[in-house]
Design a protein around this ligand. Structure first.
Ligand SMILES: [Zn+2]
Length: 269
């Protein structure tokens, strides 16, 4: 059975049987090669992740293409979630300092970690999409126009969201507005290693065409190496952190992170 199909079986099973499926899958993949810090499981192999569209390879889009050993069979954390986990636990004091945090379109693993930290006033929000299932406790928000006061949050996470929004500058300015001075935002996007300038074309609207142009049916652009400049135009000061440079974490290869993925930490001075 194809792994991609296996990945979607739990959703078809419903909530009750999903846990049993994940345990069975985790048992099947049990081993010592990889370690997931979210669910503390050890596996010999992880599930593949990402899409396989030709434009992703052609434009060398980091964080989008097909990757083996990407998704934890037990809790479905991704290579990006585990990269962020290492960053948070080794290089920030997010688990001890009292902070107000906004998490936009949270991934399940990071939400489970952050929403239970007693020092964090955690707020999450997501954009409404027809046909999607939302948990009852999540707010539907529009990051182009947030109903939130200026200077509210110390920390914002908004990962793999901006590439879906035509008015990304408006969204970046809104995130900047609601961030407190001295605060920081983690703003990951899929990014091309070969494009110097971001490629966008709003006349491309069909799902198939967007897949061909941008690598995913609901993306409206591919960011290029000017991405930090776009964030700076919204007011941020951007820090870029590449895990392949200077991170001395013991057994880092066990976490199966994508070492090509740079972290974009946007500060409000
Ligand atoms: Zn896991």
């Amino acid at each position: 059975m194809k792994s991609a199909i296996k990945k979607y079986i739990p959703y078809a099973l419903g909530k009750k049987l999903r846990g049993s499926w994940q345990i069975a899958q985790s048992t099947f993949y049990v081993g010592n090669k990889y370690y997931c810090p979210f669910c503390k499981s050890k596996h010999r192999k992880l599930l593949p992740g990402g899409f396989d569209h030709p434009v992703i390879k052609e434009k060398k889009i980091i964080g989008a293409g097909r990757r083996n050993n990407c998704i934890c069979p037990r809790c479905y954390s991704t290579d990006r979630d585990r990269l962020i986990y290492i960053y948070l636990t080794h290089f920030t004091n997010i688990s001890t300092e009292h902070s107000k945090m906004l998490h936009v379109a949270p991934s399940g693993s990071l939400k489970a970690l952050l929403s239970t930290m007693p020092n964090l006033e955690y707020q999450e929000g997501i954009k409404h999409h027809e046909g999607f299932y939302y948990s009852k406790d999540i707010s539907i928000i529009d990051i182009r126009k947030l109903d939130i006061e200026d200077n509210t949050f110390n920390i914002i996470f908004c990962n793999h969201v901006l590439e879906h929004i035509p008015e990304d500058m408006q969204a970046m300015k809104e995130l900047y507005r609601v961030l407190k001075p001295g605060g920081w935002a983690l703003l990951q996007v899929p990014i091309s290693r070969v494009l110097k300038e971001t490629y966008e074309d709003f006349s491309v609207t069909g799902e198939k065409e967007r897949e061909e142009h941008f690598g995913q049916f609901d993306h409206v652009r591919i960011y290029g190496s000017d991405y930090p400049k776009r964030l700076e135009a919204a007011g941020f000061t951007v820090e870029q952190i590449n895990p392949s440079i200077g991170w001395e974490i013991p057994d880092i290869e066990k976490y199966a992170i994508n070492t090509e993925e740079t972290l974009y930490i946007a500060h409000k001075k």
